[in-house]
Design a protein. Structure first.
Length: 292
């Protein structure tokens, strides 16, 4: 019996050590994981503009470019985010830091309703750092909870392009190019996801704190683009309208983005495309709405 218990303790010790080692590797070699950890520790930050959203905003909005224009910016977007997680991140940010003057919410209706899905779903990285739960980590240890990140670390190990990518002011920046050879479908339906309860809570939170909020559809691949006007109002309740700026408009996107040089992956811009999109975003949307 004693030998059995001893073997169990040794096995448990090995499991704990392996999972701690995995966490160490993630914090040092998984940029997105490290970013969420660093954001969870933010205190007294003083950014003028905060970018929110999922991976399309993470890749596509160049915080450095906007900061160089005199509006100090941080990209708080996280890959795999749902708008409910975005709300949680921004609530935490406001609790511990100075409120920004403006928020840009990068919407991703180009790839469907994942970001604005009416069904809430969690981001494991955000939950791990913002809502630590000892028993949850016992039931679902890091090696299981973050197993997909092991693939990212392997890519970094094997690919020079991944090793040379950087995380700057919260934006994932890479020169990797995967051309967009898809075709535009003029009959693609317009997004219908803006009645999301968490999006409305985020809008109300900004209004309560006197923060200007801009809702921007991030550019997707040609097959994901639409003919919705650049500026369009949507009625989301009997007495409430929201304005959405559509960078996923085919005419705008085709003038801005080179399909052969500006894509990192389907619907995700590389550093070249992100700079072009952010320049347009700054000149046509942020600057006209920003008040110092």
């Amino acid at each position: 019996m004693k030998k059995f218990l001893k073997k169990c303790l040794v096995f448990l010790g090995i499991v704990v050590i392996v999972n701690l080692l995995f966490l160490f590797l993630l914090l040092n070699f998984a940029p997105g994981f490290k970013k969420v950890y660093e954001m969870s520790k933010f205190q007294n930050k003083d950014f003028d503009l905060i970018v929110l959203g999922n991976s399309m905003a993470l890749d596509g909005v160049d915080a450095n470019y906007i900061s160089e224009k005199g509006i100090k910016t941080y990209n708080l977007a996280v890959a795999g985010n749902h708008v409910s997680t975005t709300l949680k991140l921004f609530e935490n940010y406001l609790e511990h830091n100075k409120k920004p003057k403006m928020v840009v919410v990068g919407l991703s209706s180009a790839v469907g309703k994942s970001y604005l899905n009416p069904v809430l779903y969690h981001n494991p990285e955000v939950d791990f750092f913002y809502q630590p739960n000892f028993w949850q980590n016992i039931k679902n240890p890091p090696m299981l909870n973050f197993q997909w990140l092991a693939i990212d670390m392997i890519k970094i190990l094997l690919s020079k392009e991944h090793r040379n990518a950087t995380m700057e002011n919260g934006q994932w920046r890479t020169k990797k190019v995967i051309p967009d050879n898809s075709s535009f479908n003029p009959n693609r339906a317009a997004p219908k996801y803006y009645d999301n309860v968490y999006l409305h809570k985020l809008i109300k939170l900004c209004k309560k704190n006197n923060i200007k909020i801009l809702l921007v559809e991030i550019t997707g691949s040609k097959k994901s683009q639409n003919s919705v006007p650049f500026v369009k109002e949507y009625l989301v309740s009997k007495d409430e309208k929201i304005t959405v700026y559509n960078l996923n408009n085919f005419k705008i996107a085709s003038e801005l983005i080179n399909p052969q040089t500006d894509w990192l992956a389907p619907d995700h811009l590389n550093v070249f495309g992100a700079t072009k999109e952010t320049q347009f975003l700054y000149e046509k949307i942020i600057q006209p709405n920003y008040t110092k």
